[in-house]
Design a protein around this ligand. Structure first.
Ligand code: ZN
Ligand code: ZN
Length: 351
């Protein structure tokens, strides 16, 4: 059978190749679609990704939608499922509590990213405890479960942080309109928040139109620089950042209003010095009880929430959710998927 593999740390080594048939205990799954994102691009560029112990190659793919091949472990043949990405380090308190998303040792493994083969192959065997059922009504859009789980965790944590004191978040801001930002926008709209969403794209672009379809206000950062958003629109109770530019990430602290909470989801490894007006840290953050925090990955509960929210989004905005998966290609056309600039591209392994 075929899989999409990369030699860890070596750029331009990503290729479709014959990979071993899966063996071991667990649920046999046939891959339907695998979503790709910036993480896969970085793995393919050799700047990210770790092969399993003793191996040089890593099967990539961490955004999974598959079908159960035969009855067992409480599943029936034909069931649609997705699967978690990060797995326990086996020794820290958080992992022991079922929260590898809060792993304290850093020795976790991640499907398709860190020391554990991923989902971009025709068949695999998975631990039933790592599977999340995808309703048949959601169908192929279940491939959005992984980015949705990241958004769900971010929102859950931001509400928990803000909720440490009396707080009614109304004005929310989402920075970035990739899958994580777009799905966060839709989840916040589902929950009834007033949402502004910002990305570089023009308002008439697909991203701009998709944001507007949710009832959120779309702002192009080409027209209003992010540093000026507060002056133009006022401060925000809740900001979800999914841009991955460290200067913008720091600037979130300055976009918050009194009691505001900012959650950082992007990654930016470039060496650089960042700047922020002194009063934002020295005065505003303290006198206005502001919080800026980071969030990674997702708890199993967030995965379950993600699948429920995706189906709610589908019911309320069916065309918009469909349009989020803007490119579906066979696995051998992976480089087109990696280069796709829309919300989500996927590799299709089976029907
Ligand atoms: Zn991803
Ligand atoms: Zn751990």
């Amino acid at each position: 059978m075929l899989g999409l593999i990369t030699t860890a740390g070596r750029r331009e080594s990503t290729r479709i190749e014959e990979v071993p048939e899966p063996t071991g205990q667990g649920v046999l799954l046939r891959t339907i679609e695998v979503g790709v994102c910036g993480t896969d691009r970085e793995i393919a560029e050799g700047i990210f990704g770790v092969a399993p112990a003793g191996a040089n190659d890593l099967i990539i793919g961490h955004e999974f939608l598959g079908r159960v091949e035969r009855d067992g472990f409480g599943f029936s043949a034909g069931d649609l499922v997705t699967a978690t990405v990060r797995r326990s380090c086996g020794r820290c308190f958080a992992c022991g509590e079922g929260s590898p998303d809060a792993c304290d040792s850093g020795d976790y493994v991640e499907r398709g990213i860190t020391a554990l083969d991923g989902f971009a192959r025709e068949l695999l065997i998975e631990d039933p405890a790592q599977l999340i059922r995808v309703p048949a009504s959601l169908g192929r859009l279940g491939v959005l479960a992984e980015p949705a789980s990241v958004s769900a965790r971010a929102i859950r944590h931001a509400l928990a942080v803000g909720g440490r004191q009396p707080w009614i978040p109304t004005r929310t801001l989402v920075l970035g309109a990739g899958a994580i930002g777009m799905l966060a926008t839709y989840m916040l709209r589902l929950a009834g928040h007033e949402v502004w969403a910002v990305s570089r794209s023009a308002p008439e672009s697909l991203k701009g139109r998709l944001v507007a379809a949710s009832g959120a206000h779309y702002v192009s950062s080409a027209q209003v620089p992010i540093a000026e958003l507060r002056d133009q629109l006022g401060g925000f109770d809740l900001v979800i950042e999914s841009v991955g530019d460290a200067q913008i990430m720091l600037a979130v602290l300055g976009l918050l209003r009194r009691n505001g909470v900012g959650c950082l989801l992007g990654l930016d490894a470039r060496p650089q010095q960042l700047t922020l007006p002194g009063h934002v840290v020295g005065i505003d953050a303290v006198l206005e009880n502001r919080v800026l925090f980071g969030s990674v990955n997702a708890h199993l509960d967030d995965w379950r929430t993600a699948v429920v929210r995706l189906d709610e989004i589908r019911q309320r905005w069916p065309e918009a959710l469909e349009a989020m998966v803007g490119l579906r290609v066979p696995p051998e056309r992976f480089s087109e998927a990696f280069e796709y600039g829309g919300v989500k591209a996927t590799l299709c392994f089976s029907d």
